[in-house]
Design a protein around this ligand. Structure first.
Ligand code: ADP
Ligand code: ZN
Length: 641
């Protein structure tokens, strides 16, 4: 994992601190949350003060509140740019149910609907407008924004999924580049950017591209939240065949634990169809989801998944952004993702409600070769620069290292995003749970690899050293005379991917280090391991056992103490009946269930069994607007349940 240029973890002080209690009041009143999370408070203060900022929070970290709350305090409109058209409508419904006037503008609206929304904007009826980036930069919308800004009614411009602006990121979208034009349209208005996935380099790029500046005119220091998601369990497994059987087992295990949805990410459209077919044949309720579907079918899958009428979606990674629901209990990858950022974001769709969820990554040696071909082909087609292609390949290498290295997955992810992870064991990944296949011959293998590095003069990259050890007959080896070394062919019975993974593990263990031009040389512990004075443990992700089977004991790690305690049989029955009630209300409203109440809220209702509206209001996620609409029905269900 690259650890260069650690991102700043501290927050920049907000000089003009507005009255925090006003913000808290609004948040309690509208959303029924007790408190703001630490970074939310700072981000909201910043936006209320009209300043620029970049907020980096993991999925589920609560970014939306950061741009939804300020208009309630300032009384001015926030414009939110987001690429996720599929999710806009749900967000608007959720806000409306809280009594918060919001709307969306995107290509899915007909001319009449769009006109009506613009009229509401002009009339000052809305506090928040969600808008697709390509729409925001069209001349008509720009002049509307200018008009709102000039009359002092525009409070903030928020940019969601801001990593899309950077070509160093994993989801570069050219239309995002033009968003900086909005700065000229609304010069005095603060702009806040939000992303769940940004390495230090991407962060810097976002700040620069959008010209985000503090009150002294300096580029802003990003505000970076806690990246660990303790409620997620990460597992990496060697894939058997196309992984259908392993995915099916994991889905089965998920159902045994309770209700919830699963997303299975695949590399191609054809694979999503194939896998969905196999999962259906195995008795699961599964559908494919990709950009090649006709819009009706696609929206149908989105709707049914968010409405909890469909359990499993097999999606292409390129298109999986539009599917979301807060109680996704399993995210499986049928292939190696193309970067750690992409992995973190996709896996991050699991457990957004803070309750436990599984992330299963299936990988086989051919995956990275296929990605490489795709990256190179797409560079050939789009004429992308060599720099950008090299950056993509480096991102892929990092991902490969993540999968092959046996350090705690939570730790590796945190460190990738520039954060320290100090816990000894996370208790929630294959490595810490001892589910990896330890290599019995580890010490000897370590010594063979170290010899390979020593004999080739500590001046070649991993690929070459591994080729020498495996006795491959490349021209480069012949030219260097390395086929005459005693180490040549010493590891010919091992697969290349395996030896590469061992090299990465030796780097992680400090026995090797990567020097200039990616050459391998001895690390601090190298000589001692070579002499057998120190031992290293090598291993591989579990290849034989499947993810769902033999779940070892582990402590529960939901977000709060209360949420962590499992429901009693009694409470579980009530929870299920509240879920049924929620579903029927949602159907009546034509909205997904989670916009009515989240699973976390239902659980708390089942536990605390409020007897009246006052008690119900104390439950997290219940605000006055929802209380008024749904309170009676839920209280009745609780009283009779
Ligand atoms: P993100 O956009 O960062 O992925 P969301 O904004 O969707 O995250 O929030 C994730 C979940 O956390 C939602 O269910 C939301 O209701 C909940 N949440 C956000 N802020 C708070 C808070 N201050 N207190 C309690 N729950 C919160
Ligand atoms: Zn761990």
């Amino acid at each position: 994992m690259k650890r260069a240029a650690l991102g700043p973890l501290t927050l920049c002080p907000v000089t003009t601190a507005p009255d925090n209690s006003l913000i808290l009041d609004a948040v309690r009143r509208v959303w029924g949350f007790d408190d703001l999370r630490p970074l939310q408070a700072r981000a909201i203060e910043l936006a209320v003060a009209g300043r620029d900022g970049l907020v980096v929070l993991p999925t589920g970290g609560g970014k939306s509140l950061c741009y939804q709350a300020p208009p309630l305090v300032t009384g001015r409109l926030t414009v939110v740019l987001s690429p996720l058209i599929a999710l806009m409508r749900d967000q608007v419904r959720g806000l409306e149910l809280n009594g918060y006037p919001a709307a969306a503008l995107h290509s899915g609206l007909d001319a009449e609907e769009a006109r009506a929304t613009v009229a509401r904007l002009r009339a000052g009826e809305l506090k928040l407008i969600l808008c697709a980036p390509e729409r925001a930069v069209n001349p008509g919308f720009k002049s509307l924004l200018a008009e709102l800004a000039d009359s002092g009614r525009l409070g903030a411009i928020a940019i969601d999924e801001a990593h899309c602006i950077s070509q160093w990121g994993h989801d570069f979208r050219p239309e995002y580049r033009r968003l900086r034009e909005l700065r000229e349209v609304a010069p005095g208005v603060g702009m806040q950017a939000f992303t769940a996935t940004a390495t230090p380099r991407v962060r810097e790029d976002i700040v620069r591209q959008l010209g985000l500046r503090d009150e002294h005119g300096a580029l802003v220091v990003p505000m970076v939240g806690d990246f660990d998601r303790p409620n997620l369990t990460y597992r990496v497994r060697a894939r058997r065949g196309d992984g259908a059987e392993q995915a099916s087992e994991a889905i089965g295990a998920m159902h045994e634990r309770g209700e919830g949805g699963a997303i299975v990410y695949c590399m191609s459209r054809a694979k999503t169809e194939e896998l969905a077919g196999k999962l259906r044949a195995a008795g699961h309720d599964a559908e494919a989801y990709h950009a090649g579907l006709n819009p009706d079918k696609r929206h149908g899958v989105e709707r049914r998944f968010t409405n909890e009428q469909l359990d499993v979606v097999c999606a292409t990674v390129a298109f999986g952004m539009g599917i979301d629901r807060s109680n996704v209990r399993l995210v499986a990858h049928a292939n190696l993702p193309k970067s750690v950022e992409a992995y973190q974001q996709e896996a991050g769709r699991a457990g957004r409600d803070g309750l436990e969820a599984e992330c299963l990554l299936l990988t086989a040696p051919g995956d990275s070769v296929r990605w490489r071909q795709l990256i190179e082909r797409s560079a050939g087609e789009t004429g992308a620069s060599d720099d950008s292609t090299a950056a993509q390949i480096e991102l892929l290498n990092e991902m490969q290292r993540f999968a092959g290295t046996l350090v705690c997955r939570h730790k590796a992810l945190c460190e990738h995003f520039g954060q320290a992870f100090t816990k000894e064991s996370c208790g929630a990944c294959d490595v810490c749970l001892g589910e990896t296949e330890s290599e019995p011959d580890g010490q000897r293998i370590a010594q063979m690899i170290l010899s390979g590095v020593a004999r080739t003069g500590q001046s070649y990259g991993a690929g070459h050293v591994v080729d020498v050890l495996r006795g491959s007959g490349s021209e480069k080896i012949g030219r260097a005379g390395h086929d005459r070394l005693s180490v040549f062919g010493l590891m010919k019975d091992r697969r290349k991917a395996e030896v590469m993974a061992f090299v990465d593990q030796l780097v992680a263990a400090g026995a090797l280090e990567v020097g200039e031009f990616r050459t391998l040389r001895f690390g601090a512990r190298g000589a001692a391991v070579m002499r057998g004075e120190e031992t290293v443990r090598l291993g591989l992700p579990m290849g034989t056992r499947s993810a769902g089977s033999e779940r070892p004991e582990r402590r529960s790690r939901a977000s709060s103490e209360l949420e962590a305690r499992p429901l009693s049989v009694e409470e579980k029955r009530l929870f299920e009946s509240l879920r049924a009630l929620r579903k029927s209300i949602a159907e009546e409203l034509g909205a997904p269930p989670y916009v009515v109440f989240s699973d976390a809220t239902l659980r708390e209702l089942a536990r605390s069994r409020p007897a009246d509206t006052r008690a119900m209001l104390r439950v997290k996620g219940v605000g006055p607007a929802k209380l008024e609409q749904f309170g009676e029905a839920f209280l009745a269900a609780i009283a009779s349940g």
